[in-house]
Each structure stands twice: as C-alpha cells, then as structure tokens.
Design a protein around this ligand. Structure first.
Ligand code: NAP
Length: 529
C-alpha cells in the first residue's frame, strides 16, 4: 500500500487542505516524503457527522459482528507486512524488533477485545425481578445493561506508534464498546497512521459496517484536536501524551455545554523502593536490572523508573555505584521526535541547576539527530521533599536516586509523590515490616504495585491496571490497558417495567445471548452451549 498523505473520513480518502506537513526521520532530523494535507474544520465536521450517523447502527451490531470486525482490523494490519514496519522505523527511530513486537501487541489487543465482546460480560447484564406482593410497596421489574457512550475522539501516543495509536488500545476498547472512533493522528508517525487508518477503513468495508464507524484526521492538536473535543457529537476522549496536552483537553471537555469524560494518560515517574534486605541480597543485580529498565526504548515509556528511593547504608551506596557504572555503558538512542528530544535535554538542564541534586553518571553521547544521553542523578530526601520541580517527569532515560536517612523519611517520600501509573518495591522476607508499612500509601498513589520486578513492560490481560491518580491519568477509576479499558466507553441504563418484546436481548428472560447475569443478586453463569 502506498502512502499518499491523505486522511480517512468514513469510506473516503481525503486530502486535507488547511496546510501541509512532512513526517520527520528523527535519526537524521530530516523530513520524509510524502507531504501530508492537514484537516480544517470542515473535515472535522464531516467526520463527526458520519460518526453520529453510524452510532445507532454500530452500537447495536451483534457481539459476533463486532468481534469479527476487531479481528478483521487485526488481520488487515498484519497484511500491511513490512511496509508498515519500515515506515514506522523511518518515522520513529525505533528498531525493527521493537516495532514487530508492538505490532504483535496491537493485534493481540484487538483479539483480546474480540474475546471480551464475544463473552458479553462487559454488558453487566443484571436483573432484579418484580416483587408485586412486596410490602409495603411492590418492587418493579428492573434490568440493567451497559451501552456505548457515543462517538469517541482518540489522541494516539507518540511513543507507541502502533499499540497506543490509530488502532491501539483506546481505539480497540472504544470500538469494542460499540462507539464509533475518530482518531487525531499523532504528527510523530503520520505515514504509519495513514497505513493503519486505511487498514481499519478496509475492515469497516469488509464487515459492511456504517462508514462513520471510523475516521482518522491529520492536523494540529490545538486547532482540530480541540475542535473535535468541542464537537457535540463526541461523547468521550482517549488521550496519551503530555500533562499539558491532557489537562488542556480536560478543560475543553469540562467547559462544553455537555461536559464529557476525558481518559488522559499523562505523566508518571514510577517510584522504585529498594529495601535494605533486597539490597543486601543482591544490590548489584538490582542496579543492572534498574538501568536496563531505565534505558529500554531510550526511556520513552510511561512506566519508566524515574525515581529510586532507598535508606542510606553501605549496601545502598554499592547499589548506587553499580547503577552509575552500568549506565555509563549504555549507548545514546534516537528519541521519537525533535520536540521530545528538546524536552528531554531541557529537563536535564533543569536538573543540573537544582541545588542539592548531583549528577552521578551519564551514558554515552552521540550528537547525531535526536540522540539522547542517559543520565543518573542523586539527592537527599530533604532536598527531594522541598523541591517541587523534582516531581516533574523527564520523559527519557533519566532517573533520580533519593537517599533517605530512615524509614520514616522513606514513608514521607512515598506520601509526597504525585499519582503514579506504577510503584515498585524490591524486598525480601526480612523487609516485610517496612514493605507492609509502605503498601497502604502506595495503594493510594499508584494504579499498579509491583514487587521484585521493573515497571516497564505492561501485560495486556484482564487483571492489568494501567492507570492511577492524577497526574498519571485524569481519572483514576479506569485503565487504558487490558480488558477493563472497555468500561471507559460504556454507561449503565436501567430498564424499568419495559415490555419483554422491547427489552434488549441481553436482558430478555430467555437469555438469547447466553450471558452470565446477576439475577436477583445471584450470579448465574452462562448456560452451557
Ligand atoms: P503531546 O504534546 O501531549 O501530544 C499528544 C497529542 O495530543 C498530539 O496529537 C498533540 O497534537 C495533541 N495535543 C497536545 N496538546 C494539545 C492541546 N493543547 N489541545 C489539543 N491537542 C493537543 O505529547 P507528545 O508529543 O506525545 O510527547 C510530548 C511529551 O508527552 C513527552 O515529552 C512526555 O513528557 C509526554 N508523554 C507521556 C507519555 C505517557 O505515556 N505518559 C507518552 C508520550 C509522551 P499536536 O502534536 O498536533 O499538537
């Protein structure tokens, strides 16, 4: 498939006329062909009108139809073959193996949601039967199911050009819920987005769904992204990116005549607590594992370990020295965009200017393109606790080691950090008391708590939570990875005394969808097929 610089609006391929832009190869900081036409307001309106037209038909497709649609998207992405991987490599600087792995993850997510849809448990079908003889008042017949919220705007992430982008987790979960999707493609991977957008468009046609089920626009976030979120058609937003961008969209969504939910994943520094027993048992190995996690993917993961906390001791000093040495061996890696590279070097400059923060070591330098040099810093807990700037995420391979004089100070640091996607504890049995004391605080701070592991690497499964209190996300009640991500795009409707022939299938007495249902307070499993 050829990349033409055109957008997907329903079943049309459209060249935006508002302005033009080229993708950038970050390894050379040089533009790549072709020229992409950016959307103006008219294209936003057309995509929204089509999504609105599609919604009522799409949301009532059968579970099987929707599952097949998700699987068809997955097949169409695989069918793009090496064209997709080569273009993504050129636009992101990410290596082939990583992108092939990410394609596998993207396809896996789509298939997971196909299974979630087929199972039907996400509908939360619930029946409370009428109790006409109840005194003093009879109970009516009450039935609940979840329905799709409406058309969803998705802002793909720069750091996952496939798995968190055009057909990534937000799109897959919104489509699974029954919501049409309009993607605002990320400027960091325009050609990749076009290829995947066309694969989704083809799946819409293959499955004979209404054309407005999916559109994808190129354009400036502050212009057409804002316009999209302001459109009365849009009923929810999925976003992964900067805190500033996520907060701007939250404000826009809240200021609408009809405010809507924004599920923004933004900023997290992912604290790692290394406890004394674990350090004694193997501090050098912990240090190597930490540095590997920190520098993986040039540190461009939302779960990157940007903060390490330990108690001042010889063992912690040994860990720190080993981490500093391990970091020096790490080569410079190309960052995703000139903007992200500039933000990283700016963050390093900021850290260098903060009193009480010491540079421990740096990775290897390479002045070419958007190459980033890893960096490791250290400070005392007192400096950390009194310097708000140290809370800010530096997106990239940079971390800060915080030295605490005692357990109380370590707890103080845990209480001080902002909301996080993850919090990690390295502990052995001898650390049980301090780990137990930390745990209640970490529960209040993070969406996922790990023991004796590293936070990078997010499993796509039913139990995963990739979320957390602000600023990790805009809504700590949700996850953007894993099966539960579908809940963000659903809302419950209760049907009271609705005649049986008008009830949705999920709630009919005969249970034609064969669902597990909560009936009069008892969970009844799906009848065996
Ligand atoms: P970004 O600047 O927030 O951009 C993300 C998307 O949101 C882009 O499509 C962007 O469009 C749009 N956008 C940004 N500001 C907007 C606004 N005010 N109104 C409407 N749309 C807006 O993030 P990025 O370019 O991906 O990376 C920049 C920084 O984000 C990184 O340095 C890092 O700190 C953070 N980041 C965090 C994660 C995470 O997982 N937590 C992932 C990636 C990045 P335009 O590009 O057209 O403006």
């Amino acid at each position: 498939m050829q990349i033409t610089g055109e957008m997907v609006i329903g079943q049309s391929i459209v060249r935006g006329t508002a302005s033009t832009v080229r993708a950038i190869d970050p390894s050379k900081n040089a533009p790549i062909e072709p020229e992409f036409g950016l959307a103006g307001n008219a294209e936003v309106e057309t995509a929204c009108a089509l999504a609105e037209q599609a919604f009522d038909t799409y949301r009532e497709t059968t579970l099987e139809q929707r599952a097949v649609f998700l699987e068809t998207i997955a097949d169409n992405i695989v069918a793009l073959g090496s064209t997709l991987i080569e273009r993504a490599m050129a636009e992101t600087g990410l290596p082939q193996a990583r992108l092939e792995g990410e394609r596998g993850r993207t396809v896996g997510q789509l298939k997971l949601f196909a299974k979630v849809v087929r199972d039907g448990n996400f509908l939360d079908a619930t029946i409370d039967s009428a109790l006409p003889d109840r005194a003093p008042l009879p109970r009516p017949d009450l039935r609940l199911r979840k329905i799709a919220l409406g058309p969803v705007a998705v802002f793909g992430a720069s750091n996952f050009p496939l798995a968190f982008s055009v057909a990534g987790g937000d799109t897959a979960s919104a489509l699974a819920a029954g919501c049409p999707v309009i993607v605002k493609a990320h400027g960091a991977h325009l050609g990749t987005s076009e290829l995947v957008g066309k694969a989704v468009q083809k799946a819409v046609a293959d499955c004979k769904l209404p054309e407005g089920t999916f559109s994808m626009l190129f354009g400036d976030g502050r212009n057409i992204g804002q316009r999209l979120v302001g459109s009365p058609t849009i009923k929810a937003v999925g976003f992964t990116g900067s805190r500033a961008g996520g907060v701007a969209l939250m404000h826009t969504a809240a200021a609408r005549a009809e405010p809507i939910p924004v599920y923004a994943e933004m900023s997290s520094i992912n604290p790692v607590f290394v406890l004394p027993g674990a350090l004694k048992a193997g501090g050098a190995a912990l240090a190597q594992g930490f540095v590997d996690s920190l520098t993986m993917g040039v540190g461009q993961f939302c779960t990157n370990p940007g903060l390490v906390i330990g108690l001042i001791s010889d063992d912690f000093a040994t860990f720190t020295a080993a981490a500093a040495t391990a970091l020096q061996a790490k080569g410079a890696g190309t960052m995703l965009t000139p903007g992200i590279h500039k933000a990283y070097t700016g963050g390093i400059e900021r850290l260098n200017g903060i009193e009480g923060v010491r540079l421990l070591s740096q990775g290897q330098a390479n002045g070419i393109g958007c190459a980033a040099q890893a960096a490791l810093y250290e400070c005392d807990a007192a400096a950390y606790l009194s310097t708000p700037a140290l809370e800010e995420e530096i997106f990239g391979p940079c971390s800060l080691i915080v030295r605490c004089k005692d357990q109380a100070e370590m707890l103080q640091v845990a209480k001080h950090v902002e909301g996080q996607l993850t919090a990690t504890v390295h502990a052995v049995a001898a650390d049980s008391a301090i780990a137990g004391a930390l745990l209640p605080t970490l529960e209040r701070k993070a969406g996922r708590i790990l023991f004796n592991a590293y936070p990078t690497g997010v499993e796509v499964c039913h139990a995963m939570v990739h979320g957390g209190p602000f600023p990790a996300t805009s809504d700590s009640r949700s996850t953007s990875v894993g099966a539960s991500a579908i809940d963000r795009f659903l809302r419950p409707v209760c049907y009271q005394n609705v005649p049986s022939d008008l009830l949705p299938q999920a709630l009919q007495d005969a249970n034609p969808l064969n669902l597990a249902r909560l009936v009069d307070g008892t969970l009844l499993q799906a009848p065996a097929k």
